[in-house]
Ligand binder design. Sequence first.
Ligand code: AMP
Ligand code: MG
Length: 337
Amino acid sequence: MESQKKIRQSDGNTTGASRKDEDEECCSYTACDKNEEREPSSPNRGDFSDPVYKEIAVANGTINRMTREELQAKCAELKLDPRGVKDVLRKRLKSYYKKQKLMHSAAGGNSELYYDYICVVDFEATCEENNPLDYHHEIIEFPMVLIDTHTLEIVDTFQEYVKPEISPQLSDFCTQLTGITQEMVDEAKTFNAVLKRAVSWLKEKELGTKYKYTFLTDGSWDMGKFLYTQCKLSRIRFPQFARKWINIRKSYGNFYKVARSQTKLICMLENLGMKYEGRPHCGLDDSRNIARIAIHMLKDGCQLRVNECLHSGEPRSVPVSVPFEGAPAPQKPKSRD
Ligand code: AMP
Ligand code: MG
């Protein structure tokens, strides 16, 4: 159980996809280790000549010298959330002062370019207690949680169970882990039908047409492994709209400057002073909790942005220098046949 968890949480892709399918080529970015989140309203080309940046640096220096108690007191005084570990409180205060100072300077902001919605996805899949490396996970729960980035609230959710076709019988381990029973998947539709409904749900919200949006996941596996493998098994092309996403673990680590070992779901919540709500490994509850972290980060001034994409069947980093853009309008992908 523990070793599987480690595998799941390592963010690697072990699908062993070797065929270089031209359809999977989404972007020509090269892997980029230094994928720092761009701060709200940071200048695009490193132009820090505006004196406001000197003021921000001075404020940051003061914040760096504060104790946890001083940081908490300052947050409370400014009516900011006083919960969280020291690094989180520091970042919260720095972002607050930066935002305040930039609002009153000529350096201005670029918030009109930002996504209107962020759609959190956390698939659940078939599994065994010790999945062999070549195990074909099939998606059994397709949840989505939609965050309005203007109101910083969850505005809608989607949840459908999916009938697995290659291994229709769930293992006891899988049911215990996810809470998904044999009956639930027996009554569910197949992946193609559920994907169609998911696309309709996204379309109804006018995402990618009227509103700018992107996907957000906890790690690289949801798109890079589960969806990628499922599309192959279901003989459909990988959906264009899901080719780029925000990996919140990376964003969280870069923003709060914490090690990757501190970016597991429970750990991120705890460091922000929150507790997991619901049932762990229920896809919808996982998605809701991931959304709570994302909202917290947005409130702390993090401009969450796409940082991973699928390239030749593998997840890759997207450097921050890549122009900011939302996902394309959702469309049901074409068959591979
Ligand atoms: P999660 O989002 O962490 O709930 O995990 C998504 C999927 O990864 C699960 O539905 C399982 O298919 C697989 N998984 C997660 N944790 C484990 C584990 N400890 N052992 C085997 N598979 C796991
Ligand atoms: Mg989950």
